[in-house]
Design a protein around this ligand. Structure first.
Ligand SMILES: NC(=O)c1ccc[n+]([C@@H]2O[C@H](COP(=O)([O-])OP(=O)(O)OC[C@H]3O[C@@H](n4cnc5c(N)ncnc54)[C@H](O)[C@@H]3O)[C@@H](O)[C@H]2O)c1
Length: 232
């Protein structure tokens, strides 16, 4: 059990935050109270886990996802369990105007945008020689263009406040390759490159941009590849 001796890295001001629910104590090494996070792909496997960790640390959350059936219910769960404010925004990350207007709504409703976590994504498997061109475009539009557009939508708000944190969920496939995933791999290499480019340009505005490159996590994105490919 946590004995209160560890100090979180990075900030002397950070406290160990905890929310008590019944006999369970939910702890976080971060204190993100009074912060607002936008999470894209918020109802996906990884997006949900990110939302739960942010909520545990006290951040309010704007949930962005194209699939809204489960979003309201999940947002209510987060609010009930962690006492944070949540709001759901159904949108497609390929639509620039929608992202911009939703970013303004988040600023109006929450008072600002502190964090953007790009956790949306799609996958399609095919041998390279037969890769359907429409699927190639679709994957790049969602995985890469979606990160570009979502980051661009929050950027002026972060620049204005001279601070912001953007985290892009890339993939191990942003660094290495495996068979049948050429579009996904190219898009994720693009996300890593975009992360580097925006990190350089964000520095002078107090905006940090980082990518995480997870290996396989058993989510819908992996399940839909079928058991033989999900294993890879
Ligand atoms: N699962 C893995 O093994 C793994 C490994 C490395 C990286 N990733 C990456 O992590 C991220 C999350 O993946 P996941 O495994 O949770 O997948 P998932 O399928 O569970 O979740 C993806 C989410 O993105 C949303 N989404 C898809 N298209 C969208 C669009 N156009 N606009 C808005 N939202 C959209 C979906 O509705 C879904 O909620 C993706 O970027 C994925 O590439 C996953």
């Amino acid at each position: 059990m946590y004995a209160g001796k560890l100090r979180p890295i990075g900030s002397r001001k950070r406290q160990h935050d905890h929310v008590t629910q019944g006999n369970k104590i939910k702890m976080s090494f971060l204190n993100l109270q009074n912060r607002t996070s936008i999470v894209t792909g918020a109802t996906g496997g990884i997006g949900r886990a990110i939302c739960e960790e942010l909520a545990k640390a006290g951040s309010d959350i704007a949930l962005f996802d194209i699939a809204d059936e489960k979003m309201e219910q999940f947002a209510r769960k987060l609010t009930g369990e962690f006492g944070i404010s949540t709001r759901v925004y159904k949108l497609d990350v390929r639509r620039s105007a929608d992202l911009r207007s939703r970013a303004w709504s988040v600023v109006d409703e929450f008072g600002g945008i502190d964090h953007l976590i790009n956790a949306h994504g799609v996958q399609f498997l095919s041998p390279f020689a037969e890769f359907p061109e429409d699927k190639w475009t679709f994957i790049h539009d969602v995985n890469l263009m979606g990160v570009f557009l979502a980051s661009k939508a929050v950027w002026p708000h972060m620049v204005k406040r001279k601070r912001g944190r953007i985290v892009n969920v890339a993939s191990v496939h942003g660094i290495v390759a495996s068979e049948l995933k050429s579009a996904y791999i190219a898009s994720k290499h693009g996300v890593v490159g975009l992360t580097r480019a925006t990190a350089l340009e964000g520095a002078e505005h107090g905006i940090t941009v980082n990518a995480v490159c997870p290996g396989a996590v058993l989510t819908d994105l992996v399940r839909q590849q079928g058991p033989q490919h999900a294993k890879r």
